[in-house]
Design a protein around this ligand. Structure first.
Ligand SMILES: [Mg+2]
Length: 218
């Protein structure tokens, strides 16, 4: 049984979930919106780490558990057409499917479970909520809050080969670069990132192309 690891934002769905959640909270706070944009840019440029970028934006906005799960319920509206049936076909063939995301785990869970992916195969950033469902920090023991590579390091060893990662970002490519999977497919239907394309790994511009490439390896 092989393993396919899907990124969530701009791969399984067409948008970036954290941006959508924060944007909604920022409607009446233009100054904070600017700070968020600055922090996001610093993260993209590598001036601060992924973990710091997530933590600083969350501390500024302090979303509630309701905000995050609310997005989670809507997330399927943004689903990439055809991805659901591709995943169902993979599952039918006995292939293990995981979601590995830098998004908040609660924002991914409803869409992931609707796609029949078991909860223990849905990996994202785990937040700590207080008793009233208010944000009280990023779980310091969660390796996914540092990076996908750190999160996967202690997991992929027991996953069946070949292991294939699919995603649009450099954090997805890093999983392949660090040898945690055998193959990587750049999925560029929503965003085509130059840094990723320049790595020269196979590129799928849509779900049909993704299916074709997967079939050659699985
Ligand atoms: Mg992505």
């Amino acid at each position: 049984m092989s393993t396919v690891i899907f990124d969530f934002d701009s791969t399984l769905i067409s948008c970036e979930s954290l941006e959508e959640i924060l944007k909604f909270k920022m409607i009446n706070r233009p100054e904070s919106q600017k700070q968020i944009t600055d922090i996001t840019a610093q993260g993209m440029e590598g001036r601060i780490s992924f973990g710091e970028s997530v933590r600083r934006r969350l501390e500024l906005v302090e979303p509630t558990l309701v905000d995050v799960t609310e997005f989670g319920r809507k997330a399927l509206q943004y689903a990439t057409p055809g991805m659901g049936s591709l995943i169902k076909d993979l599952l039918k063939s006995g292939i293990a499917v995981h979601i590995v995301s830098g998004a908040l785990r609660e924002a991914i869970l409803p869409a992931g479970t609707a796609l029949d992916i078991p909860k223990d195969r849905i990996h994202g950033v785990q937040l700590i909520w207080n008793g009233e469902g208010r944000f009280s920090g990023v779980d310091p023991n969660d390796p996914f809050s540092i990076s996908k590579v750190e999160g996967l390091r202690r997991l992929t060893g027991s996953w069946q080969k070949p292991r294939v990662a699919v995603g649009d970002g450099m954090t997805d490519y890093a999983v392949y670069e660090q040898g945690l999977v055998e193959h990587f497919i750049a999925f560029t239907q929503h965003v085509r990132r130059r840094a990723v394309i320049e790595k020269g790994t196979p590129e799928a511009r849509n779900v049909d192309e993704l299916k074709e490439i997967l079939e050659t390896w699985l």
